[in-house]
Design a protein around this ligand. Structure first.
Ligand SMILES: *Cc1c(COP(=O)(O)O)cnc(C)c1O
Length: 349
C-alpha cells in the first residue's frame, strides 16, 4: 500500500485480501454458479463465521445485498406498511429518510449533534423505527444503552439500524433491534460492492406478513433464498468469499473493539493537546469509536500536507466540510499507519 488511507470508507482493505483473491482465482471461485452446491456450502460457511465472529444471535437471518443504500430502499419497500420514523443527527440518517420518503410516509425526528437520541419522541403511528447507529458524516454514535432503552420504550415496534461504519469494528448488542445492515468497505476491511443485512425472527415474520414480492430485491425473496443458502440474483461471489476468508481469521470483536478504542484514545489525547484542533463532538457519550471528526481552521491545507507524506485524511462531510476533517478508525488499518499519522501531527502541528 503506497498510502496510509484514513478515509472513512472506502478505506484500507485487509492486507491478506490479495492472497485470497489469488486463491479465489486458482480455485475457480470467481466463476462458480450461484445455484451450485459449492456456492451453497460457501454461503452457509460464511454466515456461520459471521454469526460466530460478529456475535450475531443464532436466530437472526443474514442476507447479502449490494450496498447499504440498497438496504434503505428494501426496508421502505418491503418492511414498512405505511410509515417509518427516522431519528438522525447527520447526513446519512437524513439521506435514509429522504430515500424512504419516495416510497412511504416518513416522520423525521432530527436531534442535535451532542444530544442523546430522543426516545420520548417515538411516534405511535410509525411502523418502523429507523436509527443510524454510527453517523459517519459527523462521527457520532448511538450508544448501546440508548439502543436498549429505545427497545424497551418502543412497545414491540420493529427497529432498523444502519451500522455501516461500526459493524465489524464496535461491540453491537444485536438483540436491541430487528434489522441491522451495513456495507463491507468500512469496518469489515473489504473491497466495496456488497451489503449485509441481519434480520431478527420478528423482522422475518413481519416481512412474511406484509408479503411484498414485486421487486428483484424484495425482502421476502432475499429471505427465501438465504434460507436455501442462495441469493435472489447472481451475487458478488468474490466478496462473499473474501468476507468468509477475512472473518475466518478475525481475532473477534472483543479484541478488535478494544484495539480501536485504544487507538481512538491516542488520537483524542493528541488533538486535546493542540490549539487548532478540537473534537467536533463535545459530548463524549455520543462519540463514535470508529470515526473521528476533527474541527480546525484550514482542513484543506492539512489534508494536502498529509497527502504529500502519504497520508490520506477524510474530508469533512456536508455542512462540516469547510471546518473538519475525518479519520477512519477501522480495524484493517495497520499499527504502523496509526504511528505515521500520530507522528505527522506531532511533528508539524
Ligand atoms: C457509507 C455509508 C452508507 C452508504 O454505503 P454504500 O455502500 O455507499 O451504500 C450508508 N450509511 C452510512 C452510515 C455510511 O457510513
Amino acid at each position: 500500500m503506497k498510502q496510509a488511507n484514513f478515509y472513512p470508507g472506502p478505506s484500507r482493505v485487509y492486507s491478506n485480501i490479495t492472497e485470497y483473491i489469488y486463491e479465489a482465482y486458482m480455485d475457480g471461485i470467481m466463476s462458480i454458479n450461484h445455484r451450485s452446491q459449492e456456492f451453497m456450502s460457501m454461503m452457509a460457511e460464511t454466515k456461520k463465521v459471521l454469526h460466530a465472529k460478529l456475535e450475531i444471535p443464532e436466530d437472526y437471518e443474514i442476507v447479502f445485498t449490494s450496498s447499504a443504500t440498497e438496504c434503505w430502499e428494501i426496508l421502505a419497500q418491503s418492511l414498512t406498511p405505511q410509515i417509518s420514523q427516522h431519528f438522525y443527527n447527520g447526513a446519512f440518517g437524513e439521506k435514509w429518510a429522504d430515500y424512504a420518503a419516495n416510497i412511504v410516509e416518513v416522520i423525521k425526528t432530527p436531534f442535535g449533534l451532542n444530544e442523546l437520541l430522543p426516545i420520548g419522541e417515538i411516534s405511535d403511528e410509525t411502523d418502523l423505527i429507523c436509527v443510524t447507529q454510527s453517523e459517519t458524516s459527523n462521527a457520532t454514535q448511538v450508544p448501546m444503552d440508548v439502543m436498549r432503552s429505545l427497545r424497551e420504550k418502543s412497545a414491540g415496534k420493529l427497529i432498523a439500524v444502519d451500522v455501516t461504519s461500526s459493524i465489524g469494528g464496535a461491540m453491537i448488542d444485536y438483540s436491541t433491534a430487528d434489522v441491522w445492515y451495513g456495507s463491507v468497505q468500512k469496518c469489515l476491511g473489504m473491497p466495496a460492492g456488497m451489503g449485509i443485512m441481519l434480520l431478527s425472527p420478528a423482522a422475518v415474520k413481519e416481512a412474511e406478513r406484509i408479503g411484498e414480492n414485486a421487486h428483484y430485491n424484495s425482502l421476502l425473496k432475499l429471505i427465501e433464498n438465504t434460507k436455501k443458502n442462495q441469493t435472489s440474483y447472481t451475487p458478488n461471489v468474490l466478496n462473499i468469499f473474501l468476507l468468509y476468508k477475512t472473518q475466518s481469521v478475525s481475532k473477534g470483536m472483543d479484541y478488535i473493539a478494544a484495539k480501536l478504542e485504544k487507538r481512538m484514545e491516542a488520537y483524542e489525547e493528541l488533538f486535546d493537546g493542540m490549539d487548532d484542533f478540537t473534537n467536533l463532538v463535545e459530548n463524549q457519550e455520543v462519540r463514535s469509536s470508529t470515526v473521528l471528526a476533527v474541527k480546525t481552521t484550514a482542513p484543506e491545507k492539512i489534508k494536502a500536507k498529509a497527502l504529500e507524506r502519504g497520508i490520506v485524511l477524510g474530508s469533512g462531510y456536508g455542512a462540516w466540510k469547510p471546518s473538519t476533517f475525518r479519520i477512519a478508525n477501522f480495524p484493517a488499518i495497520k499499527a504502523k499507519e496509526v504511528e505515521k499519522l500520530l507522528s505527522f501531527f506531532a511533528k508539524y502541528y
